[in-house]
Design a protein. Sequence first.
Length: 439
Amino acid sequence: MSFPVYADTYQISGRNYRRNPFSGAAPVQPPIGNGDTADLYEDDADEDELLDCLPAIPKIGAPDELEEAEDAAGPAAYQAPAQPEPMPSSSVQPPIAAMAPPPGFEKKVVTATKKEKQQKPEKPKQPASEAQPAEAAVADVWIRCEEDVRIEQSGQKFRARLEVASAFHGRLIGFRGTILKEMEASTRCRIRIPNKNEGSDLIDISSTVGIESVQRCLDRIDIIVIKARKESRPTHFLALPMNTPEILEGYDYFKRTVKAMPEISDVCKDEKLYMIPAKLHLTLAVVRLFTKDEKAQAAAALAMAGERIRKLYGRTTLKVSIAGLQIMNDDPTQVNVLYAGVRGEKVQEVANLVRDVFVEQGLCEPDKSDVKLHMTLMNSRYLAEETNSRRTNFDAKALLDEMSDFWFGDVTSDKIHLCAMSTVGADGFYESIETLSIA
């Protein structure tokens, strides 16, 4: 067997490759009856193993076909394939010889294929509520403690929520938060007080120490709020309106008479000292209502009082006479409030009954004495508020000497109002948040 003495080679990335004979435009390739020179290409076996792992790339032209034929049948059985007929175009280019792929190409192809297999279709996203694990849902369950129903427990966490009127939040916070910080440190609780712009009265208390910490915190807050409530001014009052035409006429005549008498002090003639005519009333009780729940409780107490009145007197009216002048203190030269006296059947009993119901509901301070019924005429506080000055008493001695038995008129009343302090309703009277009809 004969072998060619010389064969063309070419190099790619440091590797040698043989180039089979190719005549280009020759119509017939002469047969090659010899195989490769073994001693010249002793490393071909290793190179063939490397090439076997490369992907199949379409070959153009006869050289590679010759190579495949040699590998399959051996040198003796090999016959050169027929050359393709030339294209009729004058711009025919010679076929491009087959070229081995660059190193690493197969590795990249295999890696890309593996990645495609590893990629899985994305599962549709579940809602947040469904995606939460069962443990998280259980941790959010709060159970009311049997030891103290004010407190709820979830695992090692304890919390409580109570309603405290926003008017008292400042008392709980203190100057620059000193009271709040001290209370959190001493009770080992976290206290959240809402901001003013939130419009909420709910305070949240939480602790991971134990139920005793939350209990101490609740007790501390209760003590502060009770003290603040006692020191605060009343916000509402129960009243019988006295702004009837007859009373208004008598009140106007009273003021004109006082201003016309020279012996009465000038301060008693100041219009700013007098009660607004449309707001004349009898006060049955004063209350402090700071939250919606407290106002609802007061409305329920007023309805309860109405039931008791109807049990005693049925559906009735109150006939009231307004006459005489009295003062709140004992010194007529140092008076702060001048008021007209009240006379009438059942009016005192009804006033006491209403006050007692509110005491029972915890809305009024206990008082065993009768309700002091009065219709305010003059009050030094009105003058101080109008002039933005300090409140001072006035001398009413001459006024009492001359007009102590002044008669204002009679009133028939059938409604009790729960009114808000310092407000004005559509009719000029105080704004009423609840009304009880006893007729």
